[in-house]
Design a protein around this ligand. Structure first.
Ligand code: FES
Length: 126
C-alpha cells in the first residue's frame, strides 16, 4: 500500500498497481477523463510534486509530445501507483463546469500499455 496525496483533495492509502486516475477519484476529487482513459483527451492531466514515475506508456508519451505538454504534466489514466505520490489534478468537474468527468475508467491502463523510459525523463521534483 502506498500513500497518494491529492492536492485539494485528501490523502489516501492505495494498493500497488491501482490506476492513478481511479485513486484520485477514490480520494473524492472528480478528475476529468473525457476520453474514458485512452490517452486521447489529456483531461486527466496532473502535476506531480512527488513520486513521478520515470516510465511512460507509449500512448501517454506520444500524446504529451503532440500537445507540447511533455515535462509539465502527466496523464493520470496512464499511470499505475507504484510508490507514494503527491499530485495536483488540473482539470476537474467543478473547475471545468462539466456535467460529469467522462466515461467510466477501466481498472487497468488502456490501451494496453507499451512501457517506455525516454532518455531525460523527469525524475522526482522533490
Ligand atoms: S487522456 Fe483522456 S482520460 Fe486520460
Amino acid at each position: 500500500m502506498y500513500t497518494v496525496n491529492v492536492k485539494g483533495g485528501s490523502k489516501i492509502r492505495v494498493a500497488e498497481g491501482r490506476r492513478l486516475a481511479i485513486a484520485v477519484e477514490d480520494s473524492g476529487t472528480e478528475i476529468g477523463h473525457r476520453c474514458g482513459g485512452y490517452a486521447r483527451c489529456t483531461t486527466c492531466r496532473v502535476e506531480f510534486a512527488k513520486g513521478e514515475p520515470e516510465h511512460f506508456s507509449r500512448a501517454e508519451y506520444e500524446k504529451l509530445k503532440d500537445r507540447k505538454l511533455l515535462g509539465s504534466v502527466r496523464l493520470a489514466c496512464q499511470i499505475v501507483v507504484d510508490g507514494d505520490m503527491t499530485v495536483r489534478p488540473l482539470m476537474t468537474v467543478p473547475e471545468m463546469g462539466w456535467a460529469d468527468p467522462g466515461p467510466p475508467l477501466e481498472e487497468t491502463v488502456t490501451p494496453e500499455p507499451d512501457w517506455i523510459t525516454p532518455p531525460g525523463s523527469s525524475p522526482d521534483k522533490v
